[in-house]
Ligand binder design. Sequence first.
Ligand SMILES: N[C@@H](CCC(=O)N[C@@H](CS)C(=O)NCC(=O)O)C(=O)O
Length: 206
Amino acid sequence: MSNAIRIHHHPLSGHSHRVVLFANLAGIGHTLVDVDLLAGEHKQPAFQSLNPFGQVPVIEDGETVIADSNAILVYLARKYAPDWLPTDFALEAQVQRFLSFAAGPIANGPAAARLITVFRADLDADHAAAVAAQAFDRLEAHLEGRDWLVGTRPSIADVAIYSYTAHAPEGNVSLEGYPNIRAHLKRIENLPGFVAMAATPAGLAA
Ligand SMILES: N[C@@H](CCC(=O)N[C@@H](CS)C(=O)NCC(=O)O)C(=O)O
């Protein structure tokens, strides 16, 4: 496997982590390029030439540049790790459903709650907590009797959900009442190649 893919990331970004995690789980060779978000590097022309939205993660695969964590997961799975994205139409739709879940309630719930505590983001903590609770109630119910979100093996859906769910307690969102979710996280952590995102104390950007 070549080392051609460059992953532009920030080590405390869950969106970045889901890409780094997938590259490691799927054995996709890559190099990491740190983007200093706290110094505003993502708003500079050099980075914005890669992603005009000014957000990590972004990958470069030769001449191909892809931004957005879920878009990157789809691209990498299709090109390098097809076992992680089913081609059966109905199963693929189920994967897409959970990518949307990751980009919606997971981003606006546990990820937003963590942005408030770790990065002092000016967001509504009560709203984030309510969105997180509803999202985790739904995820907990879906995982009843299931090992993986879709089908009988891990897919990019599991990877997309992992990072902000595992780190929800950093945003004061407890996983205590969610045994199915905690078992699912553990299953992902036990996969060969798993790499954790660094834990962060509250108030990083204080
Ligand atoms: N939909 C995007 C969201 C990416 C995102 O929110 N990235 C954050 C870091 S976790 C970022 O770069 N924030 C800087 C900013 O928006 O100015 C994805 O899935 O990649």
